[in-house]
Structure formats: C-alpha cells, structure tokens
Design a protein around this ligand. Structure first.
Ligand code: ZN
Length: 155
C-alpha cells in the first residue's frame, strides 16, 4: 500500500516554513496556566518572558519533550490594558491565536493581502523571544486569529 501522506516540502508557498510554531492561549493567571498545562498535563515549561510592548507575561511550554514540535504560548495580561486583557474581558480566557511559521513574513503578508485578506499588521513587528510577528484579521481567517512568525534574521 502506498503512503497516503503527500510530501509538501518541495512546493511550499513562497516565504512559508511549513509548520505551526505555537498555539496562543489567553489566561487570567500565568501560574494557574502553568499548573494546568505543566503540573497536571505534563508539558515542560521552557521559559517565562515579559513582553511590555504587548502588556503581557508569556510562558512557553513545549508540545513535546524536545520542543521540536512547537510550543503552547500562555498569555497573561500584566494589567487591564492591552489586547489580551481586552480579549479576556470580551470572551473570557481560552484559545487566542494560531501561529504559523514563515521564512519571510512580508512575502506571506503580500500574498494574503493580494488574496483579499485583512491584515492587522501591515509589516512585521517584534514579539516574544525577539521573533518577528504579524497578525491576520480573524474576520478573514475563518474566525481564527492567525499569527505569522519568523526568527528575527529571517523576516
Ligand atoms: Zn503568538
């Protein structure tokens, strides 16, 4: 029987990297989130970081023991200000965004813009871990807030 899984590696859309980098989850309290995903469910905490420009504290937990599959990004507001605080106020804590890795963010943004998608970020900006990030609007992402992210030297 032939393998039903196609190989996509040779024909990735230009600028993409072909994998999910992380899943962003908004939490009210970072320690409670870490206790759930780490203490109860066994994901390893990699690091905690403050991102003052987003007004959030962020915890990265590995999806697998090596961290090769990506991460869960827990986002807790540092005050009542900022996008995560507003999200929790509006919808409560929960799944916030899906981050897809890119080799070149501007190339991906240009393709999405040309396809008629609404962009939240017209150009990449710096996010957690010094990565370059840009968000696509959930209204044109099928209801999903999508982040495109790249290592800083690739964006
Ligand atoms: Zn993210």
């Amino acid at each position: 029987m032939s393998n039903p899984v196609p190989e996509f590696t040779s024909d990735l859309p230009e600028g993409t990297a072909g994998f999910v980098d992380h899943i962003g989850i908004a939490v009210r309290d970072l320690d409670e989130g870490i206790a759930l995903y780490g203490g109860l469910l066994g994901l390893e905490l990699e690091r905690i970081e403050e991102v003052p420009q987003e007004n959030v504290r962020v915890a990265f937990l590995k999806l697998d023991r090596a961290g090769a599959l990506g991460h869960i990004e827990l986002l807790a507001p540092m005050s009542d200000e900022g996008a995560i605080a507003a999200f929790i106020e509006r919808k409560g804590p929960g799944l916030h965004h899906l981050a897809v890795a890119a080799e070149n963010i501007p190339t991906v943004l240009e393709r999405c813009r040309a396809a008629g998608m609404r962009l939240i970020d017209e150009t990449p900006r710096t996010g957690a871990g010094g990565k370059q990030i840009a968000f696509l609007h959930p209204k044109s992402g099928g209801g999903v807030l999508i982040e495109v992210c790249a290592e800083k030297d690739q964006a």
